[in-house]
Design a protein around this ligand. Structure first.
Ligand code: SF4
Length: 305
């Protein structure tokens, strides 16, 4: 082997080590952030049976993978059942998920329901199909959770989904409302959890590449991605590039709400407010500008997690 060949082999080995190191770091980060979110919101408790909704997209694969790792390490016992709803969309590769789940060796259920035909029949051509489609999907998943005896439903929404929803609601709905990390379902019967709440989409993207998840394309139904969500996504990506830290700060702000400094009269008693003569650092500071360079004491910095 010539000296040049030897140098090349050395360089390749170093590069491979670096990639392995970065991949390991990514896995650890995902486990830490998911564990942190589960702990912060008490998402999973001893004896729970968690239905993990698997769409075949990168996020739900990552969710299942990380939950399985955490289950092995957890001091409590909980069960996982992976569930996929096959909506009979054209060209849906029905064999991919069962083959993947068989290989993993975990309990799973594929629910076959032709919601695609229902949606196509009921929604006029050219109108958006997503709202009926998701309503049907929701009802089916709740029923399946009951049938499987699952008390928790885990969804693969991540930090960026939560932020996009937050801005969509603010920009187009006039509401300060995001996507909760944990909430009782609208039928009042199930606890819906989002263990990836602290995870960036870029990390699930990278993790999917590293793990080689057999991704199923998400545009099989032929529906266009929501244009408004697309715009918000682009805005957030632009901020990430041009203003490092801004997106994290916005996300942290969702955990540090100060109702007295907003205007929702149902959250703070503005109408009956009285002075009591007691100094309060959270009181109004008149003409002074609010200091915004120091994060509030309970602000979570995701880089620290
Ligand atoms: S994109 Fe397609 S599958 Fe997804 S909610 Fe909309 S209609 Fe349903």
């Amino acid at each position: 082997m010539s000296e040049a060949d030897f140098d090349q082999v050395n360089a390749d080995a170093k590069k491979a080590d670096k990639i392995a190191y970065e991949n390991n770091k990514l896995h650890k980060r995902l486990c830490r952030l998911v564990g942190q979110a589960i702990g912060d919101f008490n998402m999973i408790e001893d004896g729970d049976k968690v239905m993990v909704c698997l769409s075949g997209g990168k996020d739900s694969y990552a969710l299942l993978d990380i939950l399985m790792t955490l289950r092995e390490r957890a001091p409590i016992h909980f069960d996982i059942v992976a569930v996929n709803l096959d909506q009979k969309q054209p060209n849906f590769p029905a064999e991919i998920l069962p083959a993947y789940l068989e290989k993993l060796g975990i309990p799973y259920h594929i629910e076959n329901q032709d919601t695609y035909s229902i949606v196509k029949r009921l929604v006029p051509e050219g109108k958006t199909t997503c709202s009926l489609c998701s309503r049907l999907r929701r009802g089916i998943l709740y029923r399946v959770a009951d049938e499987l005896g699952c008390n928790k439903i885990a969804l693969g929404h991540h930090r960026d989904d939560i932020l996009e929803t937050f801005f969509l609601n603010m920009f187009f709905g006039g509401k300060l409302k995001g996507m909760p990390a944990k909430l009782v379902s609208d039928d009042g019967k199930h606890m819906v959890i989002r263990p990836l709440a602290y995870v960036k989409e870029a990390d699930t993207e990278r993790y999917a590449e590293v793990k080689g998840f057999p991704i199923i394309p998400c545009d099989l139904c032929g529906s266009q991605e929501n244009l408004q969500r697309k715009q918000i996504k682009a805005m957030l990506r632009d901020w990430e590039k041009k203003h490092p830290g801004r997106v994290e700060n916005v996300f942290s702000s969702l955990s540090t709400v100060v109702p007295s400094h907003l205007q929702d009269r149902s959250l703070f008693g503005f109408v009956d407010l009285k002075t009591d003569g007691v100094p309060n650092p959270l009181g109004d500071i008149a003409f002074d500008e609010e200091p915004c360079s120091t994060p509030a004491p309970n602000t979570i910095s995701l880089t620290q997690l």
